[in-house]
Design a protein around this ligand. Sequence first.
Ligand code: IPT
Length: 973
Amino acid sequence: MTSDPLIALRPWEAPEVTSWGRLPMNAVDRRRGALPLDGDWRFQLLPAPHAPVGGAWSTAYLPGVWTMRGTDDPPQYTNVRMPFAEVPPHAPAANPTGVYERAVDVPADWAGRRIVLQVGAAESVLLVYVDGRPVGISKDSHLAAEFDLTGVVRAGQRATVRLTVVKWSDASHIEDQDQWWHGGITRSVLLYATDPLHLADVTVRAPCSGELRVDCRVRHASGALPEGWYLTGDLDGRPLAQDAEFDRANVEDERVSDFLGEARLLATVPEVRTWNAETPELYDLTVRLHRADGTVADTSRHRIGFRDVEIVGRDLLVNGERVFIRGVNRHDFHPLTGRTVSYDDLRADLVLLKRFGFNAIRTSHYPGDPALYDLADELGFYVVDEADIESHDHAHEIADDPRYLNAFVDRVSRMVLRDKNHPSVIVWSLGNESDYGANHDAAAGWVRRHDPTRPLQYEGAARLGWADPDVASDIACPMYAPLQDCVAHALSGEQTKPLIQCEYSHAMGNSNGTLADHWAAIESTPGLQGGFIWEFWDHGILQRVSDGRPAGRGGAGLYDNGVAAPGYRWAYGGDFGETIHDGAFIADGVVFPDRTPKPALYEHREIAAPVRIECFRHEGIVLGNHQHFRGLDWLAGEWRLDLADGTTLTAPAELPSLCPGETAAVPLPFEVPRDGGEAWLTLRVTVAEDQPWAPRGTEVCMPQVRLRGPAVTPAVPVERHVDVDGEGLLVHPLLTAAPVLSLWRAPTDNDELGGIAPRWRTWGLDALVRKVVSVHREGDRVTVLAEYAGATGVVRHRQVCTPVEGGVRVDEEAELPEEFDDVARVGSVFETVPGLDLLEWFGQGPWEAYPDRSAGAPVGHHSVPVDELFTPYLRPQESGGRHGVRHFRLSAPDATGLSVVLDEPRQVSVTRYRAEDLTAVAHHDELVPRPGCVVHIDAAHRGLGTASCGPDTLSSYRVPPGVHRWSWTLRIL
Ligand code: IPT
């Protein structure tokens, strides 16, 4: 038997116990003036909470998780399933328990003050002791816990604080989010002091009318409130008024209490500057609590914003506007710390999101660090604030389990109490993937009563019926709903709630196909308002390959541009020797683990463009302002004209003054040269003046319009021979492998998990066997008929090589049998000699793009070293494709090399890898680049879709059976 009463309680298997000795949550920010306790603590890891604390201590930095320190309890990744077999509310007997201890010198000038310990976040059960005495218990791994230490520590003396963290508990069953499991303390620890007379909470209501209301709760450490306290406040230095009406009503209704003080401050702000995500105007609010003698006992500072949020009909309105929600789901993640993120990290996340056109964040699937909300207020994001509840594996059993009722209400209410004053928070979310039960309704009831100013959403409730008025969701917030279902709902006449997908466009690997189709539908269908991409991060942990340990904090700088340094890799599920794991499903973000943007982000940036080219008419170029609240004056522009022959002209652009929703025609900035072929006009839009999230000159979008179609220049045949070998394969001095038919790509995560690649394998597309049927020479031209046999069908292929001026023209035709009704690609693949290290092309770029993800890659002249064309997706897969390529050159530094002119804009890829090289390995660092280039020219290439979790690409982006024809002309430079 243990003598420790907290351990004796076994709180890790008691869901009813959400806390003991913990102070109520509130919105008074105590970070300023606090004593930070971050830094080195004594540490030991016990095998179970009951195990005796020994004498051997190591040192651990807080905030931090022990799972990232190379202990024998490494990180483990599971999505839905729990990592242990015990059913709720039980935890496994082997239950790693971290003990953190340090001495704290309590400042001498805190004598007589109320002293509070705050632990920012601990997962999953926190037990607190001071000088060996039990002080409190807390659960709820992503919100702070506060404990009153006034009677426990002495000012001017040293105290020993021990924080014991039990990893597995009843709470783990409701923290079953799709992420790494860790153990430790992930947010800052601090100690602060207040006067015994203190502000217990402050609630701000700041609507667009400018009628500010600040409700304050006042308490005294002794319980009894002294006589004569009062409040003052100011907003940007202008004093607020005490609400005498409120005070009088309290007296008349006998609501005045001798232990709970309530008062209200008021102001009417004339010509209020309202807050929205585009122009996040903030005001400084200070609330002061005075003693009867006028001295200040306590102060609370807030940056507030005036804004309204409401649902009218089926529209979610911010300040009366139906704003589009261009959102992302964001987890707390860092490749070196696992879960701890600094203020600078958070700021960098949000700055990047801003630069790529996002205006909304869902805090999947738990409340973020307080700084996240400060930054969202400041930089301008709409936040769906989500409570820390996901019971995925045992969702049904828990949703109505009364033992968990307390935890549901506790978690939702504590989030609301903490975050209610942030203008950025526009919607509360009850959590994620937890079925739907009475526990949710209880939490929803609490929120609706406490904060009637914001809508509430919960996907698990909304899934019962997008229009159902009786469920705990004011928003229809499905995940991964097929686009056509969303459109059909909006057109059905049945829609009653805004439709904003809480998750869509799963960003695993090479993904986010059809994003532009989604947004075309959203912007043109009343009732559809946007959604949140899943997700921001690829959660790859930096791992040392030699011993499999996380690099930890020492790994700073051991990565660049999305790639880990030699000897390191981005670990995903299974890489730490876990037997229960969900593999690379944790790598499903729009940024790499080092925050390097994936190409899909450029797609998003363009889709979210604030200014667009609507069309090109005789009166000029019609520009439109696609923002909700502001003009174009914060933007600058430059026109660029690209002709197919290589001509590029630029001219400064004067952006018209346009209100949101307005359009105007501007004159064509160039005299377009008569010759030069296909012509594209691009408006490169940048930030005109420094923004908090972007210095002047930062690129915002690049809308484009085609001014003229291609000119047809037939290749002139010449009298010369084309060399083919006995197998009918083209012989060419710059090719090490002749062009052959390819129907296969290294499966993307979508191909694999969506069940598409398994079909390709059944058909044998990865191992087609080529057999020459005939080689026929007719004059200078050679026609080779071949059959490519798969396991279930044969593709007939004809390749005609004709000598033309300077090279050879290749005309190809492939006939796919009916059973090959959805293949990866139909095209040619060949390989070049080493040394051709630069790709220049006219087509879409410069970044990677695919048929259903090409809206963000403008047509132009692009030039990228071959080694930089490849995108290092964590699990190697089809990568590096360029879309709409008209012609390209591959050259050596001395300008020798080859050029290819395509019959039509085609999908092309030039990499160092064959599809089978990519298919054979599990991590990027296992790839061995080939010295030459592997070049694919595709007549058709399948879209990417999002089938790893959600809809596949649309049928228009699939590659059908039947006849495909393409041709290309190869020349030596
Ligand atoms: C959905 C989850 O909400 C999210 O956490 C993540 O797991 C995502 O999918 C996939 O990466 S749940 C899924 C079963 C639809």
